[in-house]
Design a protein around this ligand. Structure first.
Ligand code: B12
Length: 297
């Protein structure tokens, strides 16, 4: 992925003249930065934002390091879910990337892409795995493809605004699921938060240290597998007793059955990432903080 591009590269990618790109940069229509030598450079996230705002196609996505053939006009959630499920099972990485970037270029929110396309596709793959119609290696390979795709999306998103509200989170001890917590970081970044995923299988003492060190406005926990529910609940209660007054705690994940949800009193349970997006907006509004004034330096 080419993160910083020259006006010439951008012109080729969107099929306009180099002088048009330079004019848009100088007019501030496309944010740019200058090299030490004074040359204009444009971040890939600003090119995609420019195209999304103008509802314009990306003619040569490969110039930006994105899969060839991306078409915002083709964006369709149901079709994308079918394409992605099949591609993840068959290990067809390019078709998976293309279907997701079609939606992204068509201004689909990341929460929608993750909730309605990727998570749904994995739900179906899990069901196929549990009845032996999909091999374990196919499920794992699909996870690897999705992990790389999330990294790619991370590179096309504007950097986390340093002055944005802080959020950190991960999965508890014994839970080695990486996709939900990585997706949460990206959804919050898209909403102007300075969000950092701490990763998976984190014992509560270190989650507590992270809360102490980062003083976040929001802390998230994703639980897909809990080896010992009772131990988890006891440790969670101690964690929220220590930190619950200073930050909002968002929880979610397949392993959080009704009993656990009801017991985790001071947390906000989120079924989907769209729920988290609403919670994040509430917090920023309540704190009089808008993504704009956390804008990237
Ligand atoms: C991939 C996968 C794995 C992989 C994960 C690889 C990796 N590095 O991430 C690995 C190999 C770890 C794995 C292992 C196991 N798995 Co597994 N796994 C899956 C699978 C197919 C996809 C999970 C996933 O990542 N989905 C994508 C994410 C993005 O979707 P999601 O988890 O649903 O999260 C969404 C929402 O819940 C929400 N969300 C989730 N967390 C949070 C948190 C917050 C704060 C918010 C706001 C939102 C939110 O947002 C997400 C986007 O919408 C599921 C099938 C399924 N139904 O999901 C089975 C599944 C969860 N696994 C299952 C099982 C049984 C296991 C094993 C016990 C198998 C075994 N015997 O070893 C082990 C145990 C795991 C362990 N020790 O950690 C069962 C669980 C059954 C149950 N009821 O508990 C499932 C449902 C498969 C099935 N149909 O039977 N698994």
């Amino acid at each position: 992925m080419n993160e910083l591009l020259s006006p010439k590269q951008v012109a080729r990618a969107i099929d306009v003249s180099e002088s048009s790109v330079k004019r848009w940069c100088d007019a501030g229509t496309i944010p740019m930065r200058r090299t030490a030598g004074g040359h204009r450079r444009i971040h890939v996230s600003d090119v995609l934002e420019f195209l999304r705002d103008r509802k314009q196609e990306l003619v040569r996505p490969e110039v930006l390091g994105l899969p060839a053939g991306i078409r915002r006009a083709r964006a369709n959630l149901e079709q994308a879910r079918e394409i992605v499920r099949h591609a993840l099972i068959e290990g067809d990485e390019t078709s998976c990337r293309r279907a997701v970037f079609d939606l992204y270029l068509a201004e689909c929110r990341l929460s929608m892409i993750f909730d309605e396309v990727l998570a749904e596709a994995f739900r179906e793959i899990g069901d196929l795995w549990s009845c032996g119609d999909v091999e374990v290696y196919q499920e794992r390979r699909g996870c690897e493809i999705c992990i790389r795709l999330l990294h790619e999306i991370r590179m096309v998103l504007p950097g986390p605004p340093r002055k944005g509200p802080m959020a950190v989170g991960g999965t508890p001890e014994g839970d080695s699921y990486v996709l939900p917590t990585s997706m949460i970081e990206l959804v919050l970044r898209e909403n102007g938060w300075n969000a950092v995923s701490l990763g998976s299988s984190l014992p509560f003492p270190t989650l507590s240290a992270a809360a102490r060190d980062h003083q976040p406005k929001l802390f998230w926990l994703s639980a897909s597998h809990l080896p010992d529910e009772e131990k988890f609940l006891t440790e969670y209660q101690a964690f929220s007793a220590t930190h619950g007054d200073d930050m909002a705690i968002a929880i979610g994940g397949n392993a959080l059955n009704d009993g656990l949800r009801n017991a985790m009193t001071s947390a906000v349970f989120c079924e989907k990432l769209s729920d988290l997006e609403n919670l994040a907006k509430e917090i920023t509004t309540d704190n009089g903080h808008s993504p704009e004034n956390g804008a990237d330096d």
